[in-house]
Design a protein around this ligand. Structure first.
Ligand code: NI
Length: 138
């Protein structure tokens, strides 16, 4: 773990009240943990905005009876094989599938892969979660 630095800063009372409310309503044990994660979230946002190397997860919900859809989704992942780290497929019911794909690459590429998967006919939902390689978060 990095050396800790103790700091103090001033904020307006209403903002302080909001902070205390957010910490109280969260699962965080203290204010420091909460603020650390706020900063990390901002850093991850900046990584994505600056097209840095990131990690994302794409969750797809689709009907596997849709003609050729499973094949098209697999083809797309093979096309981007250098960025696809892993995928897991779950059969939700006799028709519906959930697939979670872990992707690593520049943010623009990860977004493009998510868009290409999302645009396939028969994909009912596609959600990209933005993550980080962790390089800048320690
Ligand atoms: Ni399935």
């Amino acid at each position: 773990m990095s050396d800790l630095v103790r700091l103090s800063f001033s904020i307006e009372k209403p903002l302080y009240a909001q902070l205390e409310k957010m910490v109280a309503e969260s699962a965080y044990e203290n204010r420091s943990e909460f603020i650390r994660d706020l900063i990390r979230n901002r850093l991850v946002t900046e990584e994505w905005d600056a097209d840095k190397e990131v990690v994302g997860t794409i969750t797809l919900i689709y009907d596997h009876h849709r003609r050729m859809l499973s094949e098209r989704l697999t083809d797309l992942q093979h096309h981007h094989h250098e960025a696809i780290l892993a995928s897991t497929h779950v059969h939700l019911d006799p028709h519906m599938c959930a697939e979670v794909i872990i992707v690593k690459g520049n943010a623009g590429l990860v977004k493009r892969i998510a868009d290409e998967l999302r645009q396939q006919k028969g994909v009912l939902h596609a959600e990209l979660s933005v993550g980080s390689t962790g390089e800048h978060l320690v």
